[in-house]
Design a protein around this ligand. Structure first.
Ligand SMILES: Cc1cc2nc3c(=O)[nH]c(=O)nc-3n(C[C@H](O)[C@H](O)[C@H](O)COP(=O)(O)OP(=O)(O)OC[C@H]3O[C@@H](n4cnc5c(N)ncnc54)[C@H](O)[C@@H]3O)c2cc1C
Length: 472
């Protein structure tokens, strides 16, 4: 997120002075690291939670799915522009075509998927989405999912133009370019606290081997799950009442060449009852450093850390008198979720393999290794005296625009460009409109309703596919 904002800022004002602080010894070692997230280019092609079923069996509403796809098209255009400018290197180092599929079982979900397909396949941004209930066809697309399957009623959708993205590689390339353009990057430096002077500028307290202070006109808190704590330390009134609900993520991974060669897709399914939307199970082709693996998960769990390399005191330390009621009300209203997360932690390896076998009936436990991915810090948003658990992202900024931070984790890195444009607008409200010319050079359809213009949608997707060397 910070790297994206840095590149946007440099595009608008090449003379801007930027400094980035990272508490670990290198950037992209938390959620943006390829093994800490699933690398899905979220465009709502396969994730059912972005287009839930209607209550009465009518056609489901596609508006949220369309909005997410449009945001992903903004990211694709931005990344294409960066490739053309040499800021991002060979596209295969960070993005590849991997078909996005949805797989469901049982009468009810098959009917829902059919109606979802009926609606989405009419939308320009989802053109070409296929639907099938034919096991022979499904076996051609995803043999591992079809082999040995006893279910009589299954259905899938498939969009060939899905993507797998290495957000870690992308981050490193953007930060490398920013440093080459004069940005100072300091690693192993922990931002401890933030104080605002009377003139609106900020003093940043830095820990590490030589603790010190620096001054800044503006601060973006791109600290992932830790952003809540830093915004609380900055004591801006806008953070009052907010909290963070951390959910850990684990995956099963295999590098077995036979399995890897027989599965070329990201296959998402329906979440278990009580599961949070980000725990939708999926079986993915994953490409990191040019090597293909398969991962299955996530297995969610409760863990009080706000970062994978965080502290178990993160959650208790974030409790303040102003967010106690929101925290308490979210805990009470989401007891089912808490029970689900505890249940997930308690699952034995055998039970974990049972979940995998819903996707790969012939799965052999010996092929799979269980590993810890990143922490997702979901937003607890104040509503009146109580709070609500949100599964999206939320930009928090001070009224004077001198500081902003990002809470939440979904749809995540896929929509980083749209989210950082939102940050920019909040931090530079009076100048923002004057940036549109520079922004259009990076994002030609900036501010346009892409799905509403079929010809433009097709042209834009074809252009970014060509530059990013993706399936058009
Ligand atoms: C299990 C899982 C699966 C996911 N799957 C997907 C997916 O498939 N597709 C997708 O688009 N998104 C996915 N996401 C979300 C995505 O990973 C995140 O939205 C994105 O990486 C967040 O980027 P960021 O820069 O905000 O945070 P991060 O990448 O976490 O970076 C924050 C940085 O701030 C540093 N930091 C924190 N505190 C301090 C401090 N006090 N001082 C100095 N430095 C500090 C951290 O060390 C870290 O390097 C997933 C996330 C998880 C956890």
């Amino acid at each position: 997120m910070s790297a994206t904002l840095g590149v946007l800022l440099k595009a608008i004002n090449p003379a801007i002075s930027l400094v980035m602080f990272e508490r670990l010894d290198r950037v992209a070692s938390e959620s943006s690291n390829p093994w800490n997230n699933a690398g899905t280019g979220h465009a709502a092609l396969c994730e059912l939670n972005y287009m839930p079923d209607s209550k009465d069996g009518s056609l489901p509403d596609p508006s949220k799915a369309i909005a997410i796809n449009e945001q992903f098209q903004v990211s694709r255009q931005f990344w294409s522009a960066l490739v053309k400018q040499g800021i991002l290197h060979e596209p295969a180092s960070f993005i590849r075509t991997v078909p996005h599929m949805t797989f469901v079982r049982g009468e009810k979900d098959c009917d829902y998927l059919k109606r979802r397909h009926e609606v989405l396949s009419q939308q320009p941004l989802f053109a070409g989405m296929e639907y099938s209930t034919d096991l022979r066809k499904i076996a051609e697309w995803i043999p591992l999912v079809a082999d040995g399957r006893q279910d009589t009623k299954i259905a899938v959708t498939r969009t060939e133009q899905g993507t797998d993205v290495d957000y870690g590689s992308m981050t490193e390339q953007m930060v490398g370019w920013l440093v080459s353009k004069g940005m100072t990057l300091e690693t192993n430096v922990d931002v401890k606290n933030l104080y605002q002077f009377g003139d609106g500028k900020w003093q940043v307290w830095l820990g590490g081997s030589t603790p010190r202070f620096i001054h800044a006109d503006k601060v973006f808190v791109g600290a992932g799950g830790y952003a809540l704590k830093l915004l609380q330390k900055a004591a801006i009134p806008e953070i009052r009442g907010y909290g963070t609900f951390p959910v850990s993520g684990h995956f099963l991974r295999t590098d077995n060449p036979d399995l890897v060669s027989r599965h070329k897709a990201k296959v998402y399914s329906q979440a278990d009852v009580g599961a949070p939307p980000m725990s939708v199970p999926h079986l993915d082709t994953r490409v990191v450093d040019g090597k293909e693996s398969l991962l299955f998960g996530p297995y969610a769990g409760l863990n009080p850390k706000f970062l994978k390399h965080g502290s178990i005191l993160d959650l208790p330390g974030s409790l303040k008198w102003h967010n106690l009621l929101p925290y308490l009300s979210v805990a009470i209203k989401n007891l089912g979720l808490v029970r689900y997360l505890i249940g997930e932690i308690m699952k034995s390896k055998k039970q974990k393999i049972e979940s995998l076998r819903a996707f790969i009936p012939t799965a052999d436990p010996a092929d799979w290794t269980y590993y810890e991915a990143g922490q997702r810090a979901q937003v607890i948003k104040p509503v009146g005296q109580s709070g609500t658990l949100q599964f999206g992202t939320e930009v928090i900024s001070s009224t004077d625009g001198s500081i902003a931070g990002l809470l939440g984790a979904s749809p995540g890195a896929s929509v980083s460009v749209s989210v950082m444009l939102d940050v920019l607008q909040k931090m530079e409200p009076s100048d923002f409109d004057s940036y549109s010319k520079q922004l259009r050079k990076l994002i030609p359809t900036y501010n346009l309703d892409l799905n509403a213009d079929a010809a433009l949608a097709k042209k834009t997707m074809a252009a970014t596919a060509k530059t990013l060397k993706l399936k058009a």
